[in-house]
Design a protein around this ligand. Structure first.
Ligand code: DQA
Length: 143
């Protein structure tokens, strides 16, 4: 059965490539999508980005309802603030991997805490775009 994986990105990640390139790299979200599609032609990949917390909650629920194999989630700044997103991840059976482009533990103290990490399968932080690819690879090999 072909795996179906959602790449879910939160606030400000639509500005990838333009936004703080020293921190987040110079590759846009569109380019990330193209690279992942090229790398994982054997996986059905969906992409969704929103700057709105409730939209992200809805997308997590929908992912569960539609029977996704897994979700790769970069919650952006909501990582450090959102009980609603934590509850949504906890509420669904779909495995979710939290990904951050930057190493959140080497940055400001307010970024060291993640509401989501304890309810995710795992977390990848600081490996740039490679983090998304590694997360897809893991989800592909775990049913
Ligand atoms: C981020 C890290 C967050 O602290 C920050 O608010 C982001 C991006 C990352 O990918 O490194 O928006 O999730």
């Amino acid at each position: 059965m072909k795996h179906h994986i959602l790449i879910l990105n939160g606030p400000n990640l639509n500005l990838l490539g333009q936004r703080e390139p020293d921190q987040y790299g110079d590759i846009s979200l569109d380019t990330l999508e193209q690279k992942l599609r090229a790398e994982f032609s054997d996986v059905e990949l969906s992409f969704y980005q929103s700057n709105h917390e409730g939209d992200l909650v809805d997308r997590l629920h929908e992912g569960h309802r539609s029977g996704l194999s897994g979700i790769v989630f970069n919650p952006g700044a909501y990582t450090h603030t959102s009980v609603a997103l934590r509850d949504a991840v906890k509420a669904i059976a779909t495995p979710v991997i939290e990904v951050h482009l930057s190493n959140i533990y080497s940055r400001e103290p307010f970024r060291h805490f993640s509401y989501l990490a304890p309810v995710c399968v795992g977390q990848i932080s600081g490996l740039g775009m490679a983090g998304y690819s590694l997360a897809v690879r893991w989800l592909k090999s775990h049913d």
